[in-house]
Design a protein around this ligand. Structure first.
Ligand code: ADP
Length: 162
């Protein structure tokens, strides 16, 4: 039986931290479904389709990875896909409380779905899409945090939002 995991998130946009995590997950699982959340509580600067496209491009060289989007509860999506493992990333301790709450809430809602946590390379342990967008909007050089094509799209999008 093949081991499959779902890695859900907003990925607005995908960063090197996400890619690092996907590569680690792909070593453990036969298949990793990166699942882009559609109805997210955060306002995103990229549409769902754009986020999916960026992730596909960013992960095209990692074997066993597919990218999809989903709407609604992640556990419902997992059930629909018949997958019972979720992957989430843990950066510094700041992620812990939120991730812990979410994993336990999801467990209450779906006892058969297990959440696993992976840690990124320490190079990305502080990197978030939110801070990245802030830095880019203020004219910071974000080339070390995202693939080149994402940097370009980010600059374009932020320019248009001015
Ligand atoms: P969400 O808004 O659901 O947290 P994100 O796209 O920001 O979605 O992140 C998805 C998952 O990836 C989360 O578990 C988050 O902790 C993790 N993550 C985000 N950035 C990094 C990073 N730099 N290193 C490791 N994990 C990360």
């Amino acid at each position: 039986m093949s081991r499959i995991a779902i890695y859900p998130g907003s990925f607005d946009p995908v960063t090197n931290g996400h890619i690092d995590l996907i590569a680690r997950a792909a070593k453990i699982f036969d298949k990793v479904i990166v699942a882009v959340a559609q109805n997210y509580h955060k306002k995103t600067i990229f549409t769902t389709l754009e986020r999916v496209k960026m992730l596909k491009e960013a992960t095209k060289k990692i074997k066993g990875v597919t990218v999809e989007s989903f709407d609604g509860l992640v556990i419902e999506y997992a059930r629909k896909k018949k997958v019972n493992v979720l992957v989430r990333g843990l950066r510094m301790i700041s992620d812990f409380e939120y991730e812990f709450q979410m994993a336990l809430t999801n467990r209450r809602l779906a006892a058969d779905v297990e959440t696993t946590f992976l840690m990124p390379s320490e190079n990305y342990a502080f990197l978030s899409s939110t801070l990245l967008k802030e830095a880019a909007a203020l004219g910071g050089d974000v080339s070390q945090f995202v693939p080149k094509f994402v940097e370009r799209l980010l600059k374009e999008r932020l320019r248009r939002e001015d």
